[in-house]
Design a binder for this molecule. Structure first.
Ligand code: MF3
Ligand code: CO
Length: 292
């Protein structure tokens, strides 16, 4: 969190309390920053009423994800989880963002990525089995606003290697969220994640990134989880995901040529991922995809 006497996030060099402290900031100042971020980076800073809508979409995504995780156990197929997800979206008056997304159009409503699958695993009729780890990724559209989150489920007893990679991915997300506040640079997220993951003997996938979200599924900026040079200062009103994909072995991903979606590790070793959608606030951040 920034203190009243810290330098203001806008880069003026003034103390925060003398510059953009919330009570003092005028509407026109906020819209000037928003204009600059759109011109320079194509980043849309969210207005208060948009934030309200995105908050609701994110809360729903977290609730659906939680219900899907509770349903996941040995013998259940990922198609059954997908059908349950369809029902939960319908009951809430929401749409699943993945369905029909991209080219070729993604065929299901959630992603279920098992063991060596890094991301974009397509639900099918294979039952989950003891020893599997699975990432479930839920992205909802509610009243036109987007929310995106994912987490790992562990089916029964899992190997030490799988446990480790899940833990490291979880820690990478938590540690990178912890530093978020106005004026830190976007590339600091990748520094934190790559430092931690490699110190734990894991690798960081660089072929997929986090992303701005809220008004569209994927908006600028891209949010790399690996070391990078994106010197974009975070500013209040930004909403983006962090979704580190961490591998037990090599970082390289291979995309399934038959469906052009499913990404697996090149060496067949396990991979894990956790994702939240996060809002940058004047004093720090708010995780929008937490359960209340
Ligand atoms: N959180 C994932 C992402 O942002 C969700 C992928 S859904 C898919 O890419 F449709 F793109 F597969
Ligand atoms: Co995402």
């Amino acid at each position: 969190m920034i203190g009243r006497n810290d330098p203001c996030w806008c880069g003026s060099g003034e103390k925060w309390k003398k510059c953009h402290f919330p009570e003092l900031s005028s509407k026109s100042e906020a819209s000037k920053v928003a204009e600059r971020y759109y011109k320079q980076y194509r980043i849309r800073l969210k207005k208060p009423e948009e934030i309200e809508g995105i908050r609701r979409a994110c809360r729903l995504a977290a609730q659906i994800l939680d219900k899907l995780c509770k349903r996941s156990q040995a013998g259940v197929t990922t198609n059954e989880l997908d059908e349950y997800a369809v029902q939960l979206h319908q009951e809430a008056g929401a749409l699943a963002a993945p369905l029909g997304y991209g080219d070729p159009p993604y065929p299901k409503s959630i992603c279920t990525s098992i063991n060596d699958e890094i991301c974009h695993g397509i639900p099918d009729d294979q039952p989950l089995k003891e020893g599997d780890i699975m990432n479930i990724d839920v992205s909802v559209i509610l009243d036109g606003y987007f929310g995106d989150c994912s987490k790992m489920v562990m089916i029964g007893d899992i190997s030490q290697e799988k446990y480790q990679v899940c833990n490291v991915a979880y820690e990478c997300l938590q540690r990178s969220i912890h530093i978020l506040k106005p004026n830190i640079l976007l590339c600091e997220i990748g520094d934190i994640i790559e430092d931690y993951a490699t110190a734990q003997g894991c690798s960081v996938v660089n072929q997929f990134v986090g992303h701005g979200t809220g008004l569209e599924f994927h908006e600028p900026p891209q949010v790399p989880h690996h070391r990078n040079q994106l010197k974009i200062p975070l500013v209040a009103g930004m909403i983006f995901t962090i979704e580190p994909m961490i591998n037990a072995g090599v970082r390289e991903a291979r995309i399934d040529p038959s469906n052009k979606w499913e990404a697996r590790t090149a060496d067949g070793k396990p991979s894990a991922q956790y994702e939240h959608t996060i809002l940058i606030t004047p004093t720090g951040h708010e995780i929008l995809t937490l359960l209340d």
